[in-house]
Design a protein around this ligand. Structure first.
Ligand SMILES: [Zn+2]
Length: 196
């Protein structure tokens, strides 16, 4: 393995450092029922993908500080003026104006409820959540959309009051920095690095 790949921005330009792709030796694919006849090769490749957050960056930065940000359309000419979006939407889908970023941490702490849920025993490649994963759809008072996330402690039930927890220690700056627990969960039951 080469150098760990990192990116920073200076003078409005991306500066990349380290190795962003690795080739590792390939191996032959052989037919074991036919004297090991060659059928093909494996092509192992590792790459580091650069994912720019753009206008959503404030959402992920805020999670690392224990805050849940949403957006709201404040355009006076919009039929849907005042609509609050969680998940975070940069633009209003009705009038296409840029939404205002608002802090909805208190709304989440005081009104979040499980709308519905699903428990998954298996997951896709690169998933790092503990299985079974308790995916929950969360509704909030005054918020017009439903957020998909997961319950980190306990068993989900429809209508259950939940509160957000945030990975403020060693944050990943991804959606994995946000999870939910039943209201009243004790601090010492939270997953490592998470706090209320
Ligand atoms: Zn609008």
């Amino acid at each position: 393995m080469g150098n760990f790949a990192t990116v920073s921005v200076k003078n409005n330009k991306y500066k990349v450092k380290g190795d962003f792709h690795h080739l590792t030796p390939n191996t032959p694919i052989r037919d074991m029922d036919d004297n090991g006849r060659l059928l093909g090769v494996t092509n192992p490749r590792d790459m580091t993908y650069i994912h720019s957050y753009g206008g959503e960056a404030v959402f992920f930065e805020s999670l690392s500080k224990g805050k849940l940000m949403a957006t709201r359309c404040d355009n006076p000419k919009c039929e849907s003026k005042g609509t609050i979006y969680q998940p975070f939407r940069i633009f209003c889908m009705d009038c296409l104006a840029k939404n205002k970023v608002i802090d909805m941490t208190e709304i989440a702490k005081n009104t979040a409820k499980i709308h519905t849920f699903m428990v998954c025993e298996r997951s896709g490649a690169f998933n790092v959540l503990d299985k079974p994963i308790k995916f929950i759809n969360i509704e909030f008072k005054g918020v017009d959309t439903i957020l998909m996330s997961y319950l980190a402690v306990g068993e989900p039930e429809m209508g259950m009051r939940v509160v957000p927890i945030f990975k403020t220690v060693d944050p990943t700056y991804t959606i994995l920095d946000l999870a939910w627990v039943p209201e009243g969960t004790k601090k010492n039951k939270l997953p490592l690095g998470f706090s209320f």
